[in-house]
Ligand binder design. Structure first.
Ligand SMILES: [Fe+2]
Ligand SMILES: [Fe+2]
Length: 160
């Protein structure tokens, strides 16, 4: 396919970096939560890391399709979080940022008339909105029932 606007490829590479960073963050959170005896919550992060990996794959595929070079060398700052609640907050904020970035990327695609990429990003933004909503809801529940009660629920592997 003909080379797309360079800005679109740059944007896709930025999203790729973002996903690669979150894969690492969520995977580390998964292992830490598991180590803290919260296998239920650990599994949530593990599953999410795999979903973000699929997202990264979609960006790699699209960049190659547009005759660009997917950059897998770059990684952002992995924000680990000192405890489960901070990890939930960091994840919520990261997902909110993903939504904001994708919306900006969609605007760029509209501007340059790249509807194929726009469609890919539109699908991605819906998924990231769901991720954001999940963590935002978890934090609301946590606020309501208290940290002890909330975490007790995730101390069991089958509680997700
Ligand atoms: Fe993602
Ligand atoms: Fe996400």
């Amino acid at each position: 396919m003909a080379t797309s606007d360079e800005r679109v490829i740059d944007f896709l590479n930025e999203m790729l970096t973002y996903e690669l960073t979150l894969i690492n963050q969520y995977w580390l959170n998964y292992r830490m939560l598991d180590n803290w005896g919260l296998p239920g919550l650990a599994k949530v992060f593990r599953d999410l890391a795999v979903e973000e990996m699929e997202d990264a794959d979609h960006y790699v595929e699209r960049i190659l399709f547009l005759d660009g070079h997917p950059n897998l060398q770059r990684l952002g700052t992995v924000q680990v979080g000192e405890g489960p609640v901070e990890q939930l907050r960091l994840a919520r904020d990261a997902e909110r940022t993903a939504v904001e970035r994708l919306n900006a990327g969609i605007a760029l695609c509209v501007e340059v008339g790249d509807n194929g990429t726009r469609e890919l990003l539109a699908e991605a933004v819906r998924e990231e909105e769901e991720h954001y909503d999940y963590f935002a809801t978890q934090l609301e529940v946590l606020e309501r029932v208290g940290e002890q009660n909330y975490l007790a629920r995730y101390a069991m592997p089958e509680s997700t």
